[in-house]
Write a protein that binds this ligand. Structure first.
Ligand SMILES: [Zn+2]
Length: 412
């Protein structure tokens, strides 16, 4: 009885208040906090034309039709369009209003919400990297099946499926041998593949943990998802931060839908291979071998098929979101795409020129425009509110850098 009363009380205090996003901002307000720049969530909501709720428990939700951004004050977990994400930094209340770090806005939220923030790239050649191999077994599975066997089995299926879609596919290994991590990166640099997909299985001492994680390289100046210390080193893969994240998001989304596995989210890490390749890349943890149920599922034809189909669909959606405008295919739901004949594909070496990413940069001056308007027909989920095409950023003078917390993050 008391419990029910308490729940009613919780319901009462959790009633959200809606902040109407009617007025459009001239500026995206920026505040300094803990040595970093933060962007006003009210301004982001208005810029996207989304409505914003903040509940008493700190949960913040921005919504517009199918698009949904969820975060919680002082926590890094949240979701984008229903897919779990770990933000680089927790949102914070600054001057009485909620803010998110500028890095999260430009490198997590924007690449998912607006195609216009992604530079256009053609994808012809995809490199698949089956984790481990040879002397390196990876994590142990049931019945003496190791991670290296499962990553190879799934990767070979993935190779065939991507080839059937017309891509040129190169494997870092296609049998039970061990190319070093350096070898794998060198293969990508030599072949100039346009995408790099590393396939792994996970393991934990906590046997109950299960589910899928997709990793993008951590942006410079941020901590990885399992870490709290920022690292400011810029790696080759950081030239593609937004592409990395969009690719990881699309793949994770399809994996969760198709396998019905637990969504452990899109995460950031500095794994050697995705850190050092000069093209967009992801590392997929396709499930936990240490979990009895998922471990045996991962050995089934069905789970492997669903995993492969999901990765292919995720890649297709990424390719569609980043395709150059003139040849961009219209997204279709029912009609299957006809695979392009392989003979028409140009050699791999021609198609892999790295482009600088579009959109805001972290090192620009405070008064530079933060956002560019999206083209009318880019098929993006969200478009900026049209009246103010070039909002500028405004520094709020009273918010000085916090010297106490700044020192904590300036070391690396
Ligand atoms: Zn592994």
């Amino acid at each position: 009885m008391y419990r029910i009363l308490f729940l009613i009380f919780l319901l009462f205090i959790a009633v959200p208040f809606t902040l109407p996003a009617q007025s459009t901002p001239k500026t995206l307000r920026i505040q300094w906090f803990a040595g970093r720049r933060y962007v006003s969530l009210h301004d982001i909501a208005r810029f996207y034309g989304m409505s914003m709720n903040m509940e008493r428990n700190g949960r913040i939700t921005l919504v517009l039709r199918n698009a949904k951004i969820v975060m919680t004050l002082n926590k890094r977990y949240g979701s984008l369009n229903g897919i779990a994400v770990t933000y680089l930094y927790a949102p914070a209340i600054l001057g009485g209003r909620p803010y998110i770090s500028e890095l999260d806005f430009s490198k997590v939220i924007e690449p998912v919400m607006r195609n216009a923030t992604l530079s256009k790239r053609k994808v012809r050649t995809i490199m698949i990297d089956p984790g481990h191999g040879g002397k390196d077994n990876g994590a142990p599975g049931a019945n003496r099946v190791w991670e290296k066997h499962l990553t190879l089995a799934m990767s070979l299926r993935l190779r065939d499926a991507l080839r059937a879609k017309g891509f040129n596919v190169i494997m870092t290994r296609s049998n039970d041998r061990y190319p070093s991590l350096e070898d794998r990166v060198n293969m990508r640099e030599k072949t100039k593949a346009d995408l790099f997909i590393s396939v792994h299985c996970n393991a934990s001492v906590q046997k109950s943990i299960n589910g899928i994680e997709t990793y993008a390289l951590t942006p410079a100046g941020a901590p990885s998802s399992g870490d709290s210390r920022a690292n400011f080193t810029r790696n080759p893969g950081n030239s593609f931060d937004r592409h990395n994240y969009r690719l990881a998001y699309e793949i994770q989304r399809q994996l969760v839908w198709k396998t019905k596995a637990n969504d452990r989210g899109v995460r950031h890490a500095r794994f050697y291979v995705i850190k050092n390749v000069s093209c967009p890349g992801v590392l997929i943890e396709t499930g936990y071998l240490s979990n009895a149920r998922e471990g045996s599922q991962l050995q089934t034809w069905r789970r492997q098929r669903d995993t492969v189909n999901a990765i292919v669909e995720g890649v297709m959606r990424y390719v569609s979101a980043t395709a150059p405008a003139e040849k961009k295919p219209k997204p279709r739901k029912s009609a299957p795409k006809k695979p392009a004949p392989k003979a028409q594909l140009p050699p791999a070496s021609k198609g892999a020129k790295a482009e600088p990413e579009a959109g805001p940069k972290t090192d620009r001056k405070p008064d530079a425009p933060l956002l560019k308007p999206a083209p009318k027909d880019d098929g993006t989920l969200l478009k900026p509110v049209p009246k103010h095409e070039k909002p500028s950023m405004k520094m709020i003078p009273k918010a000085a850098p916090d010297p106490g917390t700044r020192a904590k993050h300036s070391g690396k």
